[in-house]
Ligand binder design. Sequence first.
Ligand SMILES: *Cc1c(COP(=O)(O)O)cnc(C)c1O
Length: 381
Amino acid sequence: MHFETKVLHAGIEPDPSTGAIMTPIFQTSTYVQAAPGEHKGYEYARTQNPTRDVLQQNLAALEGAANGLCFSTGMGAVDAVMKLLQPGDEVIATNDLYGGTYRLFTKIFAPFGIHFHFVDMGNPEKVKAAVNAKTRLIWAETPTNPLLKIIDIAAMAEISKAAGALLVVDNTFASPYLQQPISLGADIVMHSVTKYLGGHSDLVMGALITNSDSLRERLAFIQNSCGATPGPMDCFLALRGIKTLHLRMQRHCENGAAIAAYLSEHPLVGKVYWPGLETHPGHEIARKQMRDFGGMISFTLAKDTVEAAMTFLKNTKLFSLAESLGGVESLVGHPATMTHASIPREERIANGLSDSLIRLSVGVEHVNDLIDDLSKALKAV
Ligand SMILES: *Cc1c(COP(=O)(O)O)cnc(C)c1O
């Protein structure tokens, strides 16, 4: 089955009791048993819910894998993966991780005795150099936030296999439409369903996908024991959003390409970060492992100051100033004062996040209206 058909049909059947084509929202906490232990596969909604089951099967199919598990948030999904580890275990993670993941690793799991190495995964040699006998997990995120760096997933899988460690890929920025890490050797794919999968900025959710039945069993045990499970209404909304994932992603990519080209030519713009540009250092690997290059773009202003960025942000109308990404509406953000404000300025700039860096989540509006909006805001600068 092609991806475009899977989004609509994989794991989804009309409701057997009524024929309803849409998956019902099973808004129930418990299920009646005929006799103690005699039930229809459902006992209590933290453990199993039919709406969630359908979503989990659908997500697994989209990543080309056997098993999916959903969580109340993306961070709930990351948390569940880390609970596979024991004190003394070591993790190698990309050095420009999503801020919430970095916070969970350093502030919650490091005090429990898990040791983290943050390395530049653009260079596989640096990852190899960080491997030792205690390495249990490699955590990669690609493309990264906000500089859209590309990590070679197949190269990471080779290193993790040789080390006897698990490779986990946060696939939130790409979505399974653009990139399927399991086919490149990843053991677990993590998603913030909140972003492209949900696609409509109307829910918060996480997911883990794996081909391994033993990993599925351990992660489902953690899911049920720790309890970060999503409600059935959110599962319904995610299923509804996913039905148009392929259509939305095509438009995100087309609009992304046109806007990256426009910004690259603009005299008031400094650098443009978009993996589809041939000048992007990760372009060749992106071509190899992604179907297209997505709708996330970052750029700096020629006048590289926080004030210039503020003027720009006050003057966009269609691009709304907000955290988050991946929805149908275009969003704009300023990492230095928003998502990355807690990083000291010198460290931030050393990592390439300059004062005027602006991040766009390009939506599915008409591209000329979006370019017009950016053009007016640039003129104001
Ligand atoms: C948003 C996000 C998360 C966290 O997901 P939530 O749904 O907000 O908990 C993790 N990784 C990436 C790359 C994200 O963008």
